[in-house]
Design a protein. Structure first.
Length: 424
């Protein structure tokens, strides 16, 4: 039973360690995942903000019917605009003889994308399923999928693409047809409110992903460190707890089996051992002797010298028994001033010799208590195991022999099987 309790405690502590470890790992994992979600959410909000900025700039350009910029090297008139009838694309300032060309919202968006790509790394792209300028406004795979979803009612789309230069966050929202779009798109059959295309925003995530990976490593290292410290602490507590539990259980076992006054087995533990030994020796058919010992006139000792003196007599008598028995013999305090001694593999004559030795030593060794000498004698009854009789029957015969020893004048040994003693 004690071992089962120790095993249960050990399993419980191991289970607790596993659960705590899983909880700690789960907490760190949850924090890391939440941090990454917040990072991606911030990039998403940044993409939405950039989209709104592009829309505002396009509206500003559209509100003024486009803007004119000076024609310089690399700044050329837009061939698409020059093909539109009634649209004055190129003008000349007569004061300084400088030429200016018209820039519509689409071209402004494209040139802004080029500048932002060079400066910040992110870019914009206007695309449509029915592009006016096929070369510049045709959608890629993500944009085409997004445009189809916009036609089904989606208000935005986003994804993370893996590219050779690193991951890129893609965001896209639709462009609705407005009356101001008639100037360039009147011949495409759109109605006000129709989805005529969309603007995608691309934000490089290489540095962000690198930081997220570093954060994962730091989180994992922190989790390992905290877990290591906790497991170390739990190991110390576990060892101390199990040690104290083991000591407590050993103490309980001792209290349950050992007589506190004499240090011998108590009656219950002694009888259990007797049953075990008796069963073993019945199978082997070896001799088995039972001695029942009683301290003579013990009540008189208590009455004359006090109960503390009586306790001292019991303790010293128990020590005498321990000194004169073998390691495998069973000796216990049977009750009050009675003691039970079981001698396995012992013949009647050997049992008698042991009993006589204990009796003689007890009578010849006064016990000193509070400066007074207390003479102690003992009466002993012996019985030998008979066939398959029970321990109770064997002890009863030893008790009858003890009773005879008491009635015969005490301080003597009587064997229940006197005929076996003579034969032996």
């Amino acid at each position: 039973m004690p071992n089962n309790r120790l095993k249960f405690a050990r399993k419980f502590l191991i289970g607790a360690v596993i659960i705590i470890s899983l909880v700690i790992c789960g907490i760190f994992l949850a924090f890391n995942m939440r941090a990454e979600e917040l990072t991606v959410s911030m990039i998403h909000q940044q993409a939405k903000a950039l989209f709104q900025q592009v829309i505002l700039i396009r509206r500003w350009v559209t509100g003024y019917g486009g803007v004119y910029v000076e024609v310089k090297p690399g700044v050329n008139p837009n061939p698409f605009l020059t093909s539109l009838p009634g649209l004055k694309v190129n003008i000349v300032d007569k004061d300084n003889n400088k030429q200016y060309t018209l820039r519509n919202p689409g071209l402004v968006t494209r040139e802004m994308s080029q500048l932002s790509t060079e400066a910040e790394g992110y870019s914009f792209h206007v695309s449509s399923l029915k592009p006016v300028n096929v070369e510049t406004n045709s959608p890629d795979v993500f944009e085409r999928t997004s445009l189809l979803r916009f036609e089904q009612g989606a208000r935005e789309t986003f994804t993370i693409e893996q590219r050779p230069g690193g991951p890129v966050y893609r965001y896209m929202a639709p462009l609705a047809y407005e009356t101001t779009c008639n100037r360039c798109h009147s011949n495409q059959g759109y109605k006000v409110g129709d989805i005529r295309g969309g603007i995608s925003v691309s934000i490089p995530m290489k540095e962000v992903v690198a930081k997220m990976r570093m954060n994962r490593l730091l989180t994992a290292a922190s989790a390992v460190l905290v877990l290591g410290l906790l497991l170390g602490l739990l190991a110390v507590i576990n060892n101390r707890f199990l040690k104290e539990l083991r000591e407590a259980q050993e103490k309980l076992v001792e209290m349950a089996t050992i007589d506190s006054l004499t240090g011998l087995l108590n009656r219950r533990a002694g009888l259990e051992r007797v049953e075990e030994e008796l069963s073993r020796h019945q199978r082997s058919e070896r001799a088995f002797a039972c001695l029942l010992l009683d301290i003579d006139r013990f009540k008189k000792i208590n009455d004359t010298y006090g109960h503390q003196a009586g306790d001292a007599v019991l303790s010293e008598f128990g020590a005498t028994l321990r000194r004169h028995v073998r390691k495998h013999d069973i000796v216990c305090r049977y009750g009050g001033e009675e003691f039970l001694l079981l001698l396995p593999d012992t013949s009647p004559s050997a049992a008698l010799a042991t009993a006589e030795k204990i009796r003689a030593v007890t009578a010849a060794t006064p016990i000193m208590f509070a400066g007074r000498r207390i003479t102690v004698t003992t009466s002993i009854g012996i019985s030998m195991m008979q066939g398959d009789e029970t321990a109770k029957a064997m002890i009863a015969r030893a008790d009858a022999a003890l009773y005879e020893a008491k009635n015969s004048g005490r301080n003597r040994v009587v064997c229940a099987e006197a005929n076996e003693l003579q034969a032996d």
